[in-house]
Design a protein around this ligand. Sequence first.
Ligand code: PDD
Length: 283
Amino acid sequence: MSRFAYVNGSYVPHREAAVHIEDRGYQFGDGVYEVVLLINGKMADCEGHLKRLNRSLFKLKMKSPLSEGALRQIMARLTRLNRLKTGIIYIQITRGVASRDHSFPKNSLASLVMTVKHVSLDTGRQLAGKSAITVPDQRWDRRDIKTIQLLPNCLAKQAASEKGAYEAIMVMPDGSVSEGSSSNVWILNKENQLITRQPDEDILNGITRQSIQRIAGERQMEIVERSFSVAEMMQAKEVFVTSATSMVTALTHIDGQKIDEGKVGLIASALKADYIKYVETCS
Ligand code: PDD
């Protein structure tokens, strides 16, 4: 089946989809993006993702080329054209095409591209446990903005892949965990507190993270937003990550060491099941 992409107003065959070589996204990483999960035709937290897209644009002094409603229409049409039921929708907006100059161009038109990808999700109740490694966090100081400049994240994920691990957990110079290379990190401590880092400029405030916070709250769990050290994480009962692509994924081994007994925990499994149920209610 042919794949289609959306590029600046047109739906085009995926293999022909292209932007200009002087697009500022290509030359400077001057753009923002979102990844939205689709399960059985339901877009998970679409509103939250589009809100954060607008925030990221605002922080970079860019304007959205289209309204939220228009973006939603394109997302829906692209998923239909690609007959996508379960997978991800990728949205990218850059400052557009301009002769190369570091400062912002006066009159460039933002470039908007969207692609979709089928992914088979681990939606079963029984979670497969994954492993992670820790790496130094080498990113800039505004990680709360979802920009397409992901080289440090790619280096971190590559380091994980080379060790056969699923995720790289990034560690700040003070020894605290910031987040995963493409996910937020959570721990469940021995007092059954669910701990995840406070959403400041050091991490991306995950949309999945926010939904899981709400879901865990509905389960009467105690949620604490604070930083935690690698040592505290290694002593946890459970460690898991959340993101649009991993939903809730349990980490049973970190840096070659078992977390607790090295098995997927009950809380990660329950939160994942609840999250999948919740997505059924999304539009
Ligand atoms: N990334 N932190 C980072 C650095 C991320 O890149 C992501 C998601 C998250 C989780 O955010 P959310 O729950 O809104 O997906 C946290 C996406 C999936 C990506 O880059 O592919």
